[in-house]
Design a protein around this ligand. Structure first.
Ligand code: 13P
Ligand code: SF4
Length: 326
C-alpha cells in the first residue's frame, strides 16, 4: 500500500459528508474507482468508470493507478488483480461473492474436465481464480458468442458454470456445448407471471434481458445482451418504454443516459432470492467503501502461481474478444 498518512476517522453519519470523505480518501490513495452497473446508485456516481465485466477487466488492465477500488463482486476484483498485479486491488466487502462462482468448486471442475478428455473448457468469467486457472479460455456475456465462433467446428466444448447462458450460446452458435449445471440466483427466477401482467399493462414496452435468464424468458425478449449492450440498446432504440430483465441497479445509468424514457424493473419470483436484487453486489456500501479506502483493506491477494495460471485464459479472452470479426 502506498505510504499515505490516513487517520482512523470514524464513518461520517451525514451522507453528504460521507461522499465528500470518500472522494478525499480516494484522492489521497491515488485510487481508481471501478464499479459494475449492479452497484448502488451513489457508488456508481462516485466511480471513475462503470461498465460490464469485459469493460471493467480492460479498464483494470490499462490502469496506471497505484490502487484500484473495485466496487463489484469478488471475482471481478480478482480479475483486476490478475491483469494488473502492480496495483493494490481493494474491494469494500470480501463477502461480495456470486452464486455462479459458488456452484463451481475447483475440485469438481477438475474432475469434470477429466471426464471429457479432448474438450476445450470455455469458462464464464463469473468463477473463482482457481477455476479460471483450470480453464482454456474465459468469456463474458458480451464476448462469449464471438469467442466460441472462433473455435474449430469439430472441437468439443465444455461450458461452465452458467447453464442458461450456455444454453443461449448453444442456440446462437449451433455448437453442442456440454453444460455445467450452475445458475445465477437473480436471473434464474424472474417472474414469468409478473412479466405477463407487465406486458398487458404496458403493451408498447420492449423486453430487454440478460442471457443469464432461462430460455422461457429469453424467448419472449426483444433484445438479449450483456449489461452494457442492454444499456446501449435502450439508449439508441426508437422505443421509449422498456421492461428490464436484469438486476435493476442498471436502471440508474439508463435514466442518466436516456432521460424521458421509462424503465420498468421485472420483479423476481419465489426462489432462493425472492427479489431481483443481487445480494452479493449489495454487500458493497458507501460505509464499507469509506472503510476500505481509509484502511487499505480488504484487498485481493493471491499466489503468483495462481495469478499466472489464471492470467493465460484471461489473456486469451482479451485477444479473441478484440479479434476482427470475419
Ligand atoms: P455483465 O458482464 O453483462 O455485466 O454481467 C455480469 C454479471 O454478473 C451479470 O449477472
Ligand atoms: Fe453473480 Fe447473479 Fe449477482 Fe451477477 S447477478 S454477480 S451472476 S449472483
Amino acid at each position: 500500500m502506498p505510504n499515505v498518512n490516513l487517520s482512523r476517522q470514524t464513518i461520517p453519519r451525514d451522507p453528504v459528508l460521507l461522499v465528500q470523505e470518500i472522494r478525499r480518501l480516494k484522492a489521497e490513495r491515488g485510487a481508481l474507482l471501478l464499479a459494475h452497473y449492479y452497484q448502488d446508485d451513489d457508488i456508481q456516481d462516485l466511480a471513475d468508470f462503470v461498465g460490464d465485466s469485459l469493460e471493467l477487466a480492460r479498464a483494470a488492465q490499462r490502469s496506471r493507478a497505484r490502487v484500484i477500488a473495485f466496487c463489484g463482486v469478488r471475482f471481478m476484483a480478482e480479475v483486476a488483480k490478475i491483469l494488473n498485479p502492480e496495483a493494490e486491488v481493494l474491494i469494500p466487502s470480501l463477502e461480495a461473492g456470486c452464486s455462479l462462482e459458488d456452484s463451481c468448486q475447483p475440485e469438481d471442475f477438475r474432475r469434470w474436465r477429466e471426464e471429457h478428455p479432448g474438450a476445450v473448457a470455455v469458462t464464464y468469467i463469473n468463477c473463482s481464480a482457481a477455476v479460471k486457472a483450470l480453464s482454456d479460455v474465459i468469456v463474458t456475456s458480451s464476448s462469449a458468442e464471438k469467442i466460441i465462433r472462433q473455435l474449430p467446428a469439430n472441437q468439443p466444448i465444455l461450458f461452465a458454470p452458467d447453464r442458461h447462458l450456455g444454453a443461449y450460446l448453444r442456440r446462437k452458435t449451433g455448437r453442442d456445448l456440454i453444460l455445467w449445471p450452475g445458475a445465477c440466483v437473480v436471473h434464474e427466477q424472474f417472474s414469468l407471471e409478473a412479466l405477463a401482467g407487465l406486458k398487458v399493462a404496458h403493451p408498447r414496452a420492449w423486453l430487454v434481458a440478460h442471457p443469464e435468464c432461462p430460455e422461457g424468458l429469453l424467448a419472449q425478449a426483444d433484445f438479449v445482451g450483456s449489461t452494457s449492450a442492454i444499456l446501449r440498446h435502450v439508449t439508441e432504440s426508437v422505443h421509449d418504454e422498456f421492461i428490464i430483465a436484469t438486476e435493476p441497479g442498471i436502471i440508474h445509468q439508463m435514466e442518466k443516459q436516456a432521460p424521458g424514457k421509462r424503465f420498468i424493473p421485472l420483479p423476481g419470483g419465489s426462489g432462493e432470492c425472492a427479489c431481483n436484487i443481487c445480494p452479493f453486489m449489495k454487500k458493497n456500501t458507501l460505509s464499507n467503501l469509506f472503510e476500505c479506502l481509509r484502511d487499505g483493506q480488504p484487498r485481493i491477494e493471491m499466489s503468483e502461481e495462481l495469478r499466472l495460471a489464471a492470467l493465460k485464459p484471461l489473456e486469451r479472452m482479451l485477444e479473441m474478444a478484440a479479434a476482427p470479426t470475419p
